[in-house]
Design a protein. Structure first.
Length: 219
């Protein structure tokens, strides 16, 4: 049996051996199938106050094999105090993983929050959580609205709930589905005869991935 490190782009069933997600433990762990969630989390994490608890994130595409899930549960999840699972496709998408995560939470007392990966309620998923639905719903609203600011407040909110934090937290802020991003030039811009608009996915804005957009607007 070959032990492989995590591969970019997710789990490939044709790859020989088992893919292991190798991470050190942390108080907060997020599992999601969306790379944009991890990008947004990284951007929000950079704005957290000094001394904030460590956070880990993993893509569920790399946790599809039972041995990989069991190993990750033993090495990372069993040490977490808060576990967030964000699923697209309902319980069937990651049924074995949900069973393992729920068992870990029962054994360790970690807070478990299981959320849909979109804006459609899923009572079956929510029922796997070990905290009151009011807390799950609040976190779901943060992550559904998206954006770095909402994710930042989501992390502060989680710390208040499960890590004894006392952070000031804003309520989830709506983010328009369509909008205009006004790029500000760092230097005076000369007049041009033509104005060109650049269209880009809202997901880039929500994840704070605006460097390529800004670069394309440099005169």
């Amino acid at each position: 049996m070959h032990r492989l490190t995590t591969l970019p782009g997710g789990w490939t069933p044709d790859t020989e051996g088992v893919i292991f997600v190798e991470q050190t433990p942390a108080p907060i762990v997020l599992l999601t199938a969306a790379d944009t969630d991890i990008q947004t989390l990284a951007a929000a994490h950079a704005q957290l106050p000094s001394g904030f608890a460590a956070v880990r994130a993993a893509n569920l595409l790399n946790l599809q094999q039972q041995l990989a899930i069991d190993t990750y549960a033993e090495t990372v999840l069993s040490h977490a105090q808060i576990i967030v699972v964000r699923l697209l496709g309902g319980r069937a998408y990651w049924s074995y993983g949900l069973e393992v995560v729920r068992q870990v939470a029962e054994q360790t007392g970690a807070l478990l929050l299981v959320l849909p990966g979109d804006d459609r309620p899923d009572a079956e998923l929510l029922s796997h959580s070990t905290v009151p639905l009011t807390i799950v719903n609040q976190l779901w609203r943060y992550l559904t609205e998206g954006g770095v600011a909402n994710w930042l407040n989501a992390l502060l909110f989680l710390a208040n709930q499960g890590l004894g934090g006392n952070y000031a937290v804003r309520s989830p802020q709506p983010v328009p589905t369509v909008g205009r991003y006004d790029w500000q030039s760092p230097s005076p811009v000369r007049s041009y005869q033509a104005t060109v608009g650049v269209l880009f996915y809202r997901a880039h804005y929500l994840a704070g991935n605006l460097a390529p957009i800004d670069a394309s607007a440099v005169p």
